[in-house]
Design a protein around this ligand. Structure first.
Ligand SMILES: [Zn+2]
Length: 304
């Protein structure tokens, strides 16, 4: 999980892995090569970015000149969008930090649940939360995730149009709330949790959830919120960096599956135990409608 949150700023390129580290705008080179190129290259993880530098200039060595990726306009544009090599040492940037400084202390701070300063903290960190989804949801609510409209280097070479709908700018409010793709997922969350408010913005939605889902039995709702944020974020990254697309309905099924697995792991013995941690109505919406039931698992109790 840390790898995707660390970026390398190249100076002389002697400590940054050419293939594996995130030093180009579109991510590690290994993720940008196609299968044929990967087979031909037999990547050596010890090769550093300085293999592409000569006299402080970017140079493609003869051994790579027959590889399409290194001749592509995409690769050249990425090289042109980052600062030219220098004699300075390479820097490691910690993306969640506003200053981008990388330190063990900062990482520890970012991976520890925050002190309850924010009204929405209880939406993310609660008993039975899923850490992986909670962490991305927390970064999103703190507006610490990079989007195209917050990346000056990316702005220079790319329009900041949303990768998902291609019609509006890529801001947190658009990606996580107003985009047609995410609004379909929120319609599902709205239906499953029974809230029928019409918030005007992402921030309004979070304020409403923070002030309404305050009791213990809203765990299902909070899990839905974290999972929805995580899978929206994951889909945006898949489309932008891996050229993989899923429909909103496929994402909704993933969300349902994750919550099913989470509740199954709790090994609840009866419906009373279930009702203490999750709204039975929400569970019914999630698991009875359109989702296969697994007999013998805890959620089967809902059908009895
Ligand atoms: Zn969009």
């Amino acid at each position: 999980m840390v790898r995707g949150l660390v970026k390398h700023s190249v100076g002389k390129g002697s400590s940054t892995s050419m293939w594996l580290d995130f030093w180009l705008p579109n991510g590690p080179i290994v993720q940008q090569l196609n299968l044929t190129e990967l087979e031909i290259l037999q990547l050596d993880p010890q090769v550093k970015v300085d293999s592409l530098i000569f006299n402080d200039q970017w140079v493609i060595p003869p051994s790579l000149q027959h590889i399409h990726f290194f001749q592509s306009q995409d690769f050249i544009s990425q090289l042109q969008s980052i600062p030219s090599p220098t004699s300075d040492t390479d820097q490691v940037l910690w993306l969640p930090s506003l200053t981008k400084q990388y330190s063990y202390r900062l990482i520890l701070d970012d991976f520890s649940p925050p002190s309850p300063v924010f009204a929405w903290t209880h939406l993310i960190w609660f008993k039975h939360h899923i850490p992986k989804y909670g962490y991305i949801a927390w970064l999103t609510l703190k507006e610490r995730l990079e989007t195209l409209d917050t990346m000056p280097m990316m702005k220079k070479h790319y329009t900041n149009v949303c990768y998902v709908c291609l019609t509006d700018s890529e801001s947190v409010d658009h990606l996580f709330f107003k985009c047609k793709f995410s609004s379909t997922i929120w319609d599902f969350v709205q239906h499953a949790t029974g809230f029928y408010i019409k918030p005007n913005s992402w921030r309004d939605l979070i304020v409403w959830c923070s002030s309404t889902w305050t009791q213990q039995h809203f765990i299902t709702h909070k899990l839905l919120l974290s999972c929805a944020i995580y899978f929206i974020w994951h889909e945006i990254n898949s489309r932008a960096f891996r050229n993989k697309f899923a429909t909103a309905y496929q994402i909704i099924n993933l969300i349902k599956g994750c919550i099913r697995v989470r509740f199954a792991s709790l090994k609840l013995r009866n419906a009373t135990e279930l009702s203490k941690i999750g709204s039975v109505e929400a569970m019914q919406q999630l698991f009875i409608q359109g989702c296969a039931f697994a007999r013998g698992q805890s959620w089967f109790l809902l059908q009895q």
